[in-house]
Design a protein around this ligand. Structure first.
Ligand code: 2U9
Length: 344
């Protein structure tokens, strides 16, 4: 039995020595030290031994067990260390490799245009105000001299939610609300950018949702020439010092008199081309003197106060400035279109 144990020890230690993988060690551990292994078997047969032999063989069996286990642990540690070293060697990071480029987004063209317009008017002393996109019939129409039955209130033209609520068709209610808030007691000098909604069929120049920037200046002794001065300043700063403006008579229910403003065509310098349809001028916005009834409804005495208002569509302005041929480019979010306008 003693020889058998010594044989088993030598055999196991040789196998440990020859093991290459960590899994080999586990196999050896199970084969020699497991419950069904040869050493356990030897111990089971000890009953047949004499009293004197039993403790000697028992002690030897334990020593053999311990020797094999110690070698297995040592070899395991060695293999693990080797594996780690191999990994560290093969998985080194080359810090000199160039990084992958990170795709960086930028503001949408419309956002940039609206911010540019805002900055220009802030520079002329206007404050920027926003208001709700779901509006009451009163602020969207009534307060702007669009009484019940007016053609602009047609169900065909507006997105009604209830009889009294609709998606605003212009940003003018924000101005009406602001005048109401100031209670006819102090001047108003504001612009309001925002989304508006109209029941239009979408095509290259129409969209059921678009953006507006409207402006309002109410004070004592505001004149049409103030409107012309502010708009001329805006046009020159936004489109270039070489651009001229002209005002043409027009009609809006909330302004009287009303005008439309054109800028001289950059392409033909006023001689007439396809961009300006042969006229030399391009229409960019509308405006006028605030209708006395609008002032009155908002609590301003039209004998004491008057004012001017104007409105523009940033999509149209961006299309003119950058030669964009279809309004739908602003909403379909094709990055090939959008990234052309990202500043470096
Ligand atoms: C109040 C009083 C008057 C706002 C005005 C226009 C003329 C105008 C259009 C331009 C292009 C709308 O986006 S567009 O289709 N707007 O021509 N807007 S006067 O007048 C107001 C607003 C509020 C209290």
């Amino acid at each position: 039995m003693k020889e058998r144990l010594e044989e088993l020890q030598a055999e196991a230690l040789t196998k440990v020595e020859e093991a290459i993988y960590l899994s080999d060690l586990q196999d050896i551990r199970v084969a020699y030290l497991g419950k069904k292994g040869p050493i356990t078997e030897v111990l089971r047969g000890m009953g047949k031994l004499s009293k004197e032999e039993r403790p000697v063989i028992g002690e030897l069996a334990n020593k053999v067990r311990e020797a094999i286990a110690t070698e297995l642990d040592a070899k395991k540690e060695r293999l693990e260390k080797e594996e780690l070293e191999k990994k560290l060697e093969t998985e080194t990071i080359d810090v000199t490799l160039p990084g992958r480029p990170v795709k960086v987004g930028g503001p949408h063209l419309l956002t940039s245009i609206v911010e540019e317009i805002e900055d220009l008017f802030i520079g002329m002393g206007f404050e920027v105000r926003e208001g709700p996109e779901v509006e009451t019939d009163y602020y969207n129409f009534e307060a702007l001299n669009l009484p019940k039955g007016h053609p602009a209130r047609d169900m065909q033209d507006s997105f009604y939610i209830t009889e009294e609520l609709l998606l605003r068709t212009h940003t003018s209610p924000v101005q009406a609300r602001t005048m109401g808030e100031y209670q006819g007691a102090k001047p108003v000098k504001m612009i309001c950018p925002g989304k508006v909604y109209r029941r239009d069929t979408d095509d290259a120049t129409h969209s059921h949702q678009f953006t507006q920037v409207e402006g309002l200046y109410v004070d004592k002794n505001v004149r049409m020439s103030d409107l012309k001065g502010v708009l001329n300043q805006f046009a020159k700063q936004f489109f270039g010092e070489d651009r001229e403006i002209r005002l043409r008579p027009s009609f809006f229910p909330f302004t009287e008199p009303s005008v439309e403003m054109d800028i001289s065509c950059k392409v033909c310098h006023g001689h007439g081309c396809s961009v300006c349809k042969g006229t030399g001028w391009i229409e960019i916005l509308g405006g006028g003197m605030v209708h006395p009834r609008v002032l009155e409804m908002a609590g301003y005495d039209p004998k004491e106060y008057n004012g001017f208002a104007f409105g523009m569509g940033p999509e149209r302005i961006a299309m003119l400035k950058y030669g964009v041929d279809d309004i739908r480019h602003f909403y379909t979010n094709d990055v090939r279109f959008l990234k052309q306008y990202h500043k470096a």
